[in-house]
Ligand binder design. Sequence first.
Ligand SMILES: C[C@H]1O[C@H](OP(=O)(O)OP(=O)(O)OC[C@H]2O[C@@H](n3cnc4c(=O)[nH]c(N)nc43)[C@H](O)[C@@H]2O)[C@@H](O)[C@@H](O)C1=O
Length: 328
Amino acid sequence: MPTALVTGISGQDGAYLAELLLQRGYIVHGLSRSHRASLPHLEGTSPNANLKFHRQPACQGAAWRALLEETAPDEIYHLAADSFIPNGWLDPAANIESNYSLTVHMLEAIRSECPHSRFLNACSREIFGHAASPSANEQTVMKPITPYGINKAASRWLVSSYREEYGLFATNAILFNHESPLRPAKFVTRKIAQGVAKIACGLSDYIELGNLQARRDWGFAGDYVDAMWRMLQANDPEDFVIGTGKTHSIAEFAELAFDVIGLDWEAHVKTAPALRRSCDAAAVAADSSLAREKLAWSAKMQLPELVRSMVMHDLSTVEQSLTAQHVA
Ligand SMILES: C[C@H]1O[C@H](OP(=O)(O)OP(=O)(O)OC[C@H]2O[C@@H](n3cnc4c(=O)[nH]c(N)nc43)[C@H](O)[C@@H]2O)[C@@H](O)[C@@H](O)C1=O
């Protein structure tokens, strides 16, 4: 059975990736900073003997080497990150640790313990920052504008330099925004979905947002972890841009979400200057031609379906909690 090691297992992407790998017959070693990691959408199903949780080491080479020696992974998916972009400004030094230094420690440990393992680094569209062109591919010049983007850009170069220097099978998935009902509510898509559900159930009247004109290329997280898996099955290690190729504004997302419950979004959305970012990445769509050509990958779920699935999930959660309160 192939063995995979996944950092950040308890995040959105970790949950979808673990599910995909278990379905494909892998033994999965999932790493998380918390003692008791769990996969929210697998809760309630019978425990899977092929899924093993470990405490994720901090930036310590010896701990990473011991973990790799113990688990002997064929494939390593490095998803762990502090992925909420404003956090990078609150504590830039901690952001270097979680979004860059951890990658250095992992690469060094791989080099010494398992140089034949295949490694994927979850990189981000934030490396393009103020990119001059409306779409970005693997050749687009990086112009990061946030501590998070700068750390992701540095880790991208680090991974590709280890590939060149040491011949590692080391790759970067340059991921555009990807969402799902498992997305934490601090991100705008889930914030809107949860807000819509509360409004539909009479628990709230409006949602407060920042810049409604900001545009993002949003896809479904489940499709993106499939791209990651395909990257590590390829003949050669390469970087790939992963996205849908279309951008939409926050206002358009909100409109789609309110359409699900048949309300006018403009009557229920307020803007708050404090939620606007002074450094907000430009509207850039993914050009995933290389992934289409070499991995036979393209995003399957379209935005209206994604928005609907998120709103319906949150509606059912809010309704269930109201019913539980009523019964109690
Ligand atoms: C690819 C990239 O994707 C994600 O980063 P993000 O794009 O910053 O995601 P977000 O959902 O926080 O913001 C999206 C846009 O929405 C605008 N916006 C308006 N009003 C609110 C608002 O109220 N909250 C938030 N969070 N954003 C708002 C905000 O200004 C921005 O323009 C991470 O996974 C990151 O790790 C990553 O790699």
